[in-house]
Design a protein around this ligand. Sequence first.
Ligand code: FAD
Length: 290
Amino acid sequence: SLNQSLAELNGDINVSFEFFPPATPEMETLLWNSIQRLQPLQPKFVSVTYGANSGVRDRTHGVIERIQKETDLVAAPHLTLVDASDEELLQLAKHYWNSGIRNIVALRGDLPEGSPKPTRFAADLVRLLRSVADFDISVAAYPEVHPEAANAQADLVNLKRKIDAGANRAITQFFFDIEAYLRFRDRCVAAGIDVEIVPGILPVTNFKQLKRFAGMTNVNLPGWLHQQFEGLDEDPSTRSLVGASVAIDMVKVLSREGVKDFHFYTLNRAELTYAICHILGVRPKASAAE
Ligand code: FAD
């Protein structure tokens, strides 16, 4: 049965958690409570987004430093190359390496509105990082195709370029169409991409916000998902239960399909991610709980 096969996978699952730099003191408290709550699950790494939606980039470095100082977690800053010169990126990469950072999530970053066609891409950043030191590098992948890609094949070839440049794994954009992820994973294998295509799981707490965001990112919100959240706009507690149910169903199917690595877009909240990890068999480790 489904539950039995999950139990058999216990101990085999690797998780990573993504956070974003908080903009207010209240959000800062939320973030650190969440990090404390999730820490005993001993994720492979925790990542902190850069630039996107936060405005101030220095905030990323601040959160990363505090994670290093106050926890035993592996901190992985996201790094984007839009509006940074190669020289600046080299300096930052050296600084990170010298301060003990070994994991980086390497991205191009979203283009500011009205900017000219880009000439540098994430693959260039991977190459630059590799030239500095032996980082563990994660890159982005898009099961439903990046909005700027000429077509699905070109986007796949781009992912291959990032892996060939030295990336260690791909983390996907969030998705709800599991078939789309599974087909994409098959196409990666067929293209000779031999790293994990780690599904990015977004536990949904605010469906209204998700609808806005999904439109910008080319992520399909299937009819069944709309139906699940219908009528709950003013009912956050039911929404959160429904969000947990949706995400738990997803990870059950994915783990049955052999997925062993999961990346969680926590949105700085611990509750749903913690519950999903529990279901996956990811439990507090004795050594961390002592
Ligand atoms: P790339 O891999 O460079 O691809 C960008 C586009 O260009 C694709 O359409 C690709 O097909 C195309 N392309 C690539 N090479 C070429 C070429 N030589 N010629 C023509 N076209 C080409 N954004 C942030 O700002 N901060 C973050 O912290 C952040 N974290 C993220 C984490 C994850 C896991 C994911 C999935 C996304 C994240 N993003 C973040 C968003 C990301 O920056 C955007 O999706 C961005 O638009 C593309 O970044 P990329 O690294 O995928 O770019």
